[in-house]
Design a protein around this ligand. Structure first.
Ligand code: FAD
Ligand code: GLY
Length: 388
């Protein structure tokens, strides 16, 4: 048996499973706090959902009935995003392209308008800073939209980042802080003995650690070694997307736009992202004509000028969806094992708060009240019985 190091009383040794935005950001924060961190990534860092995302920081626009419980965490992360981006950019020397134009949620028919008004009433009852703006005002802000626009909700605090640049910056920051990032190093199993995580097994070798962080996104449930009650109930939720190429000097959209059937996120390099489907197809990454057609049609109805644009790329990714759609953060039944998974549609939004809360838990033993109810215990049969 070899080890990647044993702990001293001063320095904790941490093994992180998964190199998406969640694993990388936690690694960075832990290394900044003085821990000895090794991150194991099966492929290249950031090649999972973090690469295939749209990068929207949509704590307000995406809030639907039934999701009120997640709002404090989502809003807290949204509020610390600008400072997080600033610190990450200064630390890594790389841009994450945080754009702050806000988001428009478009109505193109009277039916859309009625539905959005209902949604707006609900969201405003939660204290969210959203407002209805007229068709004329919408077209003033986005002149290329269809003349059929009847109005829109404007969400001034829902911004976006370039998620692929975010991955690159986090990777660089983690390395600079001293994290050993081991790419193409799949974790075969988490080693558990006497109810305690001892480390991770990679290429047949045990890498000992005081703490193991499970941050393997949609693959988290499949990591071997854990007893059944310690496996997080996370499954892949497939999302297909498509990117078109605008003229970067004359883009046809500047806000993030939600239209019936599709959302759009314009990037500074001229890419126009269109997303996304929500499919229960396991890890099937195929692109389907129907889904791509539906996305393009939804986008075209709102923004007819896309007709002339060149198709740049199309892809599918896997959101890590938990049984109740909320992330799984913190402790579970195996001592020394910390969960940071199940971020579903909001993993980019939740990166700063997840990194802070998990680093605080590991380095200081403090549980941020925002994640207190988000541990694995909420799925235990006893918790379900108590809730009835
Ligand atoms: P991932 O990025 O998937 O990283 C997990 C990593 O673990 C992967 O790199 C994988 O290779 C690795 N791994 C797996 N098994 C092993 C193993 N055995 N050993 C070592 N490594 C392993 N969120 C937002 O906030 N805003 C959005 O606009 C948004 N849009 C989205 C659009 C789409 C189409 C999709 C699919 C997702 C979107 N999301 C969005 C969600 C967001 O992308 C995810 O919640 C987030 O990226 C999850 O990050 P992660 O690090 O947990 O997972
Ligand atoms: N949050 C956007 C998506 O998951 O598609």
């Amino acid at each position: 048996m070899t080890g990647s190091g044993s702990s001293t009383s001063k320095q904790k040794t941490i093994a992180i499973v998964g190199g998406g935005v969640i694993g990388l950001s936690i690694a960075w924060r832990l290394a900044q706090g003085g821990a000895r961190v090794t991150l194991f990534e099966r492929d290249a860092a950031g090649s999972g959902a973090s690469h295939t995302s749209a990068g929207m920081l949509a704590a307000c626009a995406e809030t639907e009935p039934g999701e009120e419980g997640q709002l404090p965490l989502n809003r807290a992360s949204q509020q610390i995003w600008p400072a997080f981006a600033d610190e990450l950019e200064r630390y890594s020397g790389l841009s994450v392209e945080l754009r702050t134009e806000g988001t428009l949620i478009l109505a193109v028919t009277a039916d859309d308008q009625a539905k959005l008004m209902h949604q707006l009433e609900f969201q405003k009852s939660l204290g969210l800073p959203l407002e209805w703006i007229s068709a004329a005002e919408v077209r003033k802000r986005e002149p290329h939209l269809t003349p059929q626009v009847v109005g829109a909700i404007f969400s001034p605090e829902d911004h976006q980042v370039e998620n692929r640049k975010l991955v690159t910056a986090l990777h660089a920051a983690a390395r600079k802080a001293g994290v050993s990032v081991r790419e193409h190093a799949p974790v075969e199993r988490i080693a558990v003995a006497n109810g305690r995580a001892e480390g991770v097994v990679v290429a047949g070798t045990l890498h000992q650690a005081d703490v193991v962080v499970l941050a393997a996104g949609a693959w988290s449930r499949g990591i071997e070694g854990l007893p059944p009650e310690a496996r997080p109930p996370v499954r892949p939720i497939k999302g297909q997307m498509i990117a078109l190429r605008m003229d970067a000097r004359a883009p046809i959209l500047s806000h993030v736009l939600w239209a019936p059937g599709a959302y759009m996120a314009p990037r500074r390099d001229g890419r126009l992202l269109i997303g996304a489907t929500v499919e229960e197809k396991g890890f099937d990454a195929s692109l389907t004509a129907g889904a791509q057609l539906a996305l393009l049609e939804g986008a075209w109805r709102a923004l007819p000028a896309i007709e002339e644009l060149v198709i740049d790329e199309a892809w599918a990714g896997f959101r890590p969806g938990s049984r109740d759609d909320a992330p799984i953060l913190g402790l579970g039944p195996v001592e020394g094992l910390i969960y940071a998974t199940g971020h579903h549609r909001n993993g980019i939004l939740l990166t700063p708060i997840t990194a802070r809360a998990i680093a605080d838990l590991i380095l200081r033993g403090t549980i941020d009240p925002l994640i207190r109810s988000l541990g694995l215990a909420r799925f235990a049969p006893s918790a379900a019985a108590a809730a009835e």
